[in-house]
Design a protein around this ligand. Structure first.
Ligand SMILES: [Zn+2]
Length: 272
């Protein structure tokens, strides 16, 4: 009986996907070879510095098979984007749910939303990879928790070394889905909010014309680990005005171990 219902449902849904959009369900659902799209969804979002919520339009993109979940949000219209301002953010439960200040994930997203809201004509897109928690570390939240706990239990330089010393890659993310979303939006060139040169290179390799736009959180002492490591070890283009490697001692850590042989003290690291 159940098999019969499932068979009928498959037929029904395949007809919906192939047919012309005439019903409400058909209008909000669309499917490519890899991703399913659901939307539009109108959502007023709180934006830093704005007294009133800003109206954004959201779309869900994802794949039941791969478990990929994304949302795409714009203050403008998705079919009128031209060399838009784009931010690609990944989920980070620590920052978004708990307000962790060890990383800048939440600040980067909020600042991107603020900048998007200011773009003339709403010519901006936020792409949020909800299924890529902690740079896509295997195991999702479980994997992210494991890396943090291993870092604190076994090493003196926390998260970076915990990834390295326990066989994790620093970044597991793939940009294939993002490329598919950008192509769906007919975006060939974009102004990308990022300090990460790997991200720029990855998208250029996939055929996009990318102009990087800096997105740097004003330095505070709690940024010493995440931003210090991003700059000294991962090559992110950060100025880090006010960065003092000694700030890492707030975490009970040694600057020499965390930032490498010069302890993050070279002029290049402090101000460029
Ligand atoms: Zn984070």
């Amino acid at each position: 009986m159940t098999a019969g219902i499932n068979w009928l449902r498959r037929i029904h849904w395949s007809l919906i996907y192939r047919g012309r959009p005439t019903t409400v369900v058909e209008r909000v659902l669309w499917r490519s070879r890899k991703l399913e799209r659901i939307g539009p969804i109108n959502l007023p979002l709180a934006v830093t510095g704005e007294s009133e919520p800003v109206r954004f339009t959201l779309y869900y993109f994802g794949s039941y098979e791969s478990g990929a979940d994304y949302f795409v949000a714009t203050p403008g219209e998705l079919d009128r984007l031209e060399n838009p301002l784009v931010r690609i953010s990944s989920s980070c439960i620590w920052a978004f749910a708990l307000g962790s200040v060890r990383c800048d994930c939440r600040w980067e997203f909020e600042e991107s939303k603020r900048l998007a809201a200011q773009e003339p004509g709403g010519n901006a897109v936020l792409i949020y990879a909800a299924s890529q928690n902690g740079k896509g570390v295997p195991g999702g939240l479980r994997g992210h928790a494991l890396v943090y706990a291993l870092g604190q239990a076994c090493s003196d330089d926390l998260v970076y070394a915990a990834y390295r010393n326990n066989g994790f890659k620093i970044d597991y993310r793939s940009y294939d889905d993002v490329a598919e979303i950008l192509r769906y939006l007919r975006i060939e060139s974009l102004r990308l909010l990022t300090n990460n040169p790997d991200r720029v290179r990855s998208l250029r390799r996939l055929g996009f014309a990318v102009t990087p736009v800096s997105l740097e959180k004003p330095y505070e002492v709690w940024d010493a680990e995440e931003l210090g490591v991003k700059k000294t070890r991962l090559g992110h283009s950060l100025k880090l005005h006010g960065f003092d490697p000694e700030d890492i001692r707030r975490y009970g850590l040694d600057p020499l171990k965390v930032f490498g042989p010069d302890g993050g003290k070279s002029e290049d690291h402090l101000d460029e």
